[in-house]
Design a protein around this ligand. Structure first.
Ligand code: NAP
Length: 472
């Protein structure tokens, strides 16, 4: 069991002012995997004060100096890869075959990406008698979810360091340990005191305090749309920048000319990885009527072939849900879908064969789903796919756009031209066509209620910048 009792503030391991503690539960077996301090608003004030004091000198460092720190963090992060991976398995329940590849390896990759991009901070543009420069926005509060804890954390921390910002980070209550290790990494590489600080505790209390704090210049939040609205409300009186990365209910249109076998394999992998707890999961498969029955059969076969079980087993593809409450939420959605008339193709509310404990849910597929059902409109955040039938491309696009969300999407068509024409009509921040891979250099973010910010790539750096015009 991991036991932590300090926060990292102003380059020191400090005893929290708030005296509460929290136990982190391993979702695969219900055992306590970590004990961590649970701070209060006074801890937030101390961390923000450290970040504010550090900003004056850190914002004046050269891009080359900041790039060097990012590269050192990448190297030290690689050295701690196994420790970080274990936290993801123990706290999130992500199978070990995915934990490093989908989360921990990103730490070095994203640091290297922003080490290269730090130079953009020293570029300027002349427009008439003006020189346009970019400057770091200041003190950033970063609030992260539990589903991709390390990926989300480094997607904020690395561009902020590259830009010359200072920061206070809060992880989700379910997945805190990586942040204690990441602070050890920052300490080991000698990142100047106050640049990176973290506190831990309740999102409602600490998250609200960070969002509302007058000395925080920007709050960047990844999580549910409901909490994102609360962050926005808390931040409003101080007119700080609010960057939101929120939920999704992403569509995947499969046309009659698609390579059906390849498309269904891609779709099932996408929706089931991380036990369906992925913000941009393609949870609504929208299939042409001429190939619908075949698609449902293929989806059933491919879903039933996925091994569910202990996330420490390298053969396992689907682990437990991250918490008992998340499991109950998913089971309630499955019951509701059946009550609304959806056809259960595979899965359901039982435990996987041989499992007697842990927050397991069977990977589940529904057919005969209409887009007005709750299972098609609301983010389930579990291993649940719905397959919806369409008869014309216009109807498919209408269905794709008919949710409050707009995070991601995909199209599989006869060729890239046909797929691109459809992709351009979907209201979402990303679209994968004909199996196109994720790209960490491309901007990631949502339309509509999926958010208003962009992370990764150069757009991710710009989130942390102010723009100044100097006239001569
Ligand atoms: P969540 O309940 O909204 O929590 C996210 C974070 O916000 C946690 O650190 C939480 O702290 C904190 N928080 C909770 N209430 C808050 C408040 N009122 N003010 C400030 N902070 C608050 O979300 P989650 O269940 O962890 O994550 C799942 C959600 O994240 C899904 O909707 C998913 O789609 C979304 N997500 C989006 C992206 C993206 O890039 N668009 C990526 C990943 C996940 P506690 O844990 O202490 O409550």
């Amino acid at each position: 069991m991991r036991i932590y009792d300090k926060f990292y503030i102003n380059g020191q391991w400090v005893t929290p002012i708030g005296k509460s503690t929290d136990e982190v539960i391993n979702p695969a077996n219900g055992e306590v995997s970590a004990k961590v301090p649970y701070g209060n608003t006074e801890d937030v004030n101390a961390a923000v004060s450290a970040a504010k004091n550090a900003f004056a000198s850190w914002s004046q460092t050269s891009a080359a100096q900041r790039a060097e720190f990012l590269r050192k963090i990448a190297v030290e992060g690689e050295r701690r890869n196994a420790d970080l991976t274990q936290t993801v398995v123990d706290e999130l329940g992500m199978p070990i075959q995915h934990a490093a590849a989908y989360q921990v390896d990103a730490l070095g990759i994203i640091c290297e990406s922003y080490a290269v991009k730090a130079n953009h901070m020293e570029e300027s543009e002349e427009i008439g008698n003006s020189v346009i420069v970019q400057e770091p926005i200041g003190v950033c509060a970063m609030i992260n979810p539990w589903n991709y804890p390390i990926w989300q954390m480094i997607g904020k921390v690395a561009p902020a360091i590259a830009a010359g910002c200072t920061m206070v980070v809060k992880a989700a209550s379910q997945t805190p340990s990586h942040l204690f290790i990441f602070a050890e990494i920052c300490d080991a590489v000698g990142l100047p005191a106050g640049v990176f600080n973290f506190v831990h505790g309740s999102g409602r209390e600490l998250g609200s305090a960070l969002s509302a704090h007058p000395d925080v210049d920007m709050v960047t939040f990844t999580g549910s749309t409901a909490a994102g609205v609360q962050v926005t409300n808390s931040a409003a009186p101080t007119v700080k920048r609010v960057c939101l990365e929120l939920g999704g209910k992403s569509p995947f249109i499969i046309t009659e000319k698609a390579d059906l076998e390849a498309a269904i394999s891609f779709g099932i992998h996408d929706v089931m990885v991380n036990t369906g707890q992925t913000c941009n999961a393609l949870t609504r498969m929208i299939v042409h009527e001429s190939v619908y029955d075949q698609a449902v059969e293929l989806a059933k076969l491919k879903t039933e072939a996925l091994l569910v079980g202990d996330p420490t087993d390298p053969k396992v593809f689907i682990g437990p849900m991250s918490s008992a409450s998340q499991k109950q939420t998913v089971l309630d959605y499955i019951d509701k879908a059946i009550a609304e008339g959806a056809n259960l193709v595979t899965g359901g509310t039982g435990m996987p064969a041989g499992m007697t404990k842990g927050n397991y849910v069977l990977p589940t597929v529904f057919s005969n789903v209409t887009n007005d059902m709750a299972i098609a409109q609301e983010e389930v955040f579990g291993p649940v796919l719905v397959i919806i039938k369409y008869s014309s491309v216009d109807q498919a696009i209408e269905i794709a756009n008919d949710t409050p969300y707009g995070l991601a999407s995909a199209v599989w068509a006869g060729d890239n031209d046909e797929a691109t024409a459809i992709a351009r009509k979907i209201r979402a921040g990303q679209c994968s066509i004909n199996g196109g891979d994720a790209n960490h250099e491309a901007p990631f973010g949502g339309y509509k209620e999926s958010g208003n910010g962009r992370e990764f790539g150069i757009a991710g750096l710009h989130e942390y910048c102010e723009i100044k015009a100097i006239q001569y």
